[in-house]
Design a protein around this ligand. Structure first.
Ligand code: GUN
Length: 298
């Protein structure tokens, strides 16, 4: 193996520590950031995320408000809760955990959140602000990837970047952020012709397709920096055991060719919640007309 391992777990701890320091300063001015997390239904993976979010919010010195609603919650009731949170001055950030049960319209719910409190950066206003290079709330996972890349390279200007995956949550905002940092950006996806050749042209590869170990070492330019957003559980090798967690990159072959690579777990994953806390802090500073924390925004 030749690649440097990009330690997202350690970097996320640094981000959380910076957030906590800033939150302590706000406390001296009588300001306590508050993050409201709304979860509908009992999807086990979502429950694990939400618990972890709540715990880390409190550890950073912020207020955590958790709203657990039953799976059959009516859309009007969910919208009424969002409206209450929009109006609540103790709430600076609102996150509605996705996916929502099928009978609920995700776009409608997300776009009901006050854009200034939209710490996920999913509201159509924030999407538009990001796309036009204006001050936006930026989705947490792409923001975390950007922080890791800036830390690794210093400047990203002039780098060739390929984002594999075109989701609204990761692929598209990731491409916008890389463009903003003056990369030459390509978005590749399931219909891209000769995808291996496209990826092989990249100095930076972001894998966010949700397909286990799809990107192999053969797809990479030697020395490329690889950010693996995927979290996939492989089938268990024996009955009753848990399958191994892997990314969208085949770590064994990729790490022999790449210059640097994020592992799974311990790469991008921990950065997502750290950036959620950073976004909550940013939203609080903006709401109070205060300077934004340095190094914690896009
Ligand atoms: N479900 C999986 N990832 C996310 C995320 O980043 N935000 C929200 N709201 N839901 C998610």
């Amino acid at each position: 193996m030749s690649a440097t391992i990009i330690d997202g777990k350690a970097f996320a701890a640094e981000v959380r520590a910076k957030v906590a320091t800033h939150v302590a300063k706000l406390a001296e001015q009588g300001i306590k950031p508050g993050l409201a997390v709304v979860i509908v239904g009992d999807d086990p993976a979502s429950q694990v995320y939400v618990r972890s979010k709540g715990k880390q919010t409190v550890e950073a010195g912020m207020e955590s408000f958790e709203h657990k609603l039953p799976a059959d919650t009516a859309e009007a009731d969910l919208l009424a809760l969002v409206d209450r949170l929009n109006k609540d001055p103790a709430v600076n950030g609102i996150l509605v955990q996705l996916p929502l049960p099928e009978h609920l319209n995700e776009d409608l719910v997300i776009n009901a959140i006050d854009p200034a409190k939209d710490v996920d950066g999913f509201h159509i206003s924030n999407v538009g602000l990001l796309a036009t290079g204006q001050k936006a709330m930026v989705p947490c996972t792409p923001l975390g990837c950007l922080m890791l890349l800036r830390d690794h390279f210093g400047s990203l200007s002039g780098k060739t970047a390929v984002v594999v995956g075109r989701s609204n949550i990761v692929g598209k905002p990731m491409a916008q952020l890389l463009l903003r940092d003056s990369c030459t950006v390509t978005i590749a996806h399931s219909r891209t012709k000769d995808i291996e050749d496209v990826v092989r042209g990249a100095d930076i590869v972001i894998a966010a397709v949700g397909r286990a170990e799809m990107v192999t070492g053969e797809w990479l330019k030697p020395g490329a920096v690889v950010i693996d957003v995927g979290i996939n559980r492989l089938p268990p090798v024996e009955e009753g055991a848990k399958g191994r967690l892997v990314g969208d990159v085949d770590f064994a072959s990729a790490s022999a060719v790449a210059g640097a690579i994020t592992p799974v777990p311990g790469g991008v994953g921990p950065m997502t919640i750290a950036c959620l806390l950073a976004n909550t802090l940013t939203a609080t500073c903006r709401a109070n007309g205060l300077d934004e924390p340095e190094g914690l925004t896009a």
